[in-house]
Design a protein around this ligand. Structure first.
Ligand code: 5GP
Ligand code: ZN
Length: 114
């Protein structure tokens, strides 16, 4: 989708601080971090949010979720981390391209949310 910022980011049409990339997924730093460490993990294919998922996406979702601990480990988040997925206006979703927030203060300070 040409008007989707994360599609444009995945297509390298806009710059990002990319930490990980493969054929289907990407992880990059959130431009307005809400914690000391704040990354977004996305599928490259455009899916608006969890409500857009179909059974055919199960393998892709599995790969996305399996990336989370891999990326957390590469960032040295041995103390733990928080993941968050917003879905729809009531959640505060701002970018309508599925993304997993990965947040950590590396043991120092409270994280946003509950
Ligand atoms: P949401 O509220 O949709 O779950 O979160 C969207 C996140 O995307 C926000 O934390 C926001 O800071 C981040 N974001 C929005 N636009 C950009 C961008 O152009 N580049 C990057 N790296 N992050 C973005
Ligand atoms: Zn998109």
């Amino acid at each position: 989708m040409s008007d989707c910022i994360f599609c444009r980011l995945a297509a390298k049409e806009v710059p990002a601080d990319i930490l990980y990339e493969d054929e289907e997924c990407m992880a990059f730093r959130d431009i307005f971090p809400k914690a000391k460490v704040h990354y977004l993990i996305i599928p490259k294919v455009h899916l608006a949010n969890l409500d857009a998922l179909e059974p055919q996406h199960s393998a892709l979702l599995g790969r996305l979720m399996l990336l989370v601990p891999k990326i957390a480990k590469s960032l040295g988040l041995s103390d733990g981390y928080r993941t968050l997925i917003n879905t729809g206006p009531g959640s505060g979703q701002e970018v309508y391209h599925l993304h997993i927030h990965l947040l950590s203060n590396k043991g120092g300070g409270k994280l946003p949310g509950f």
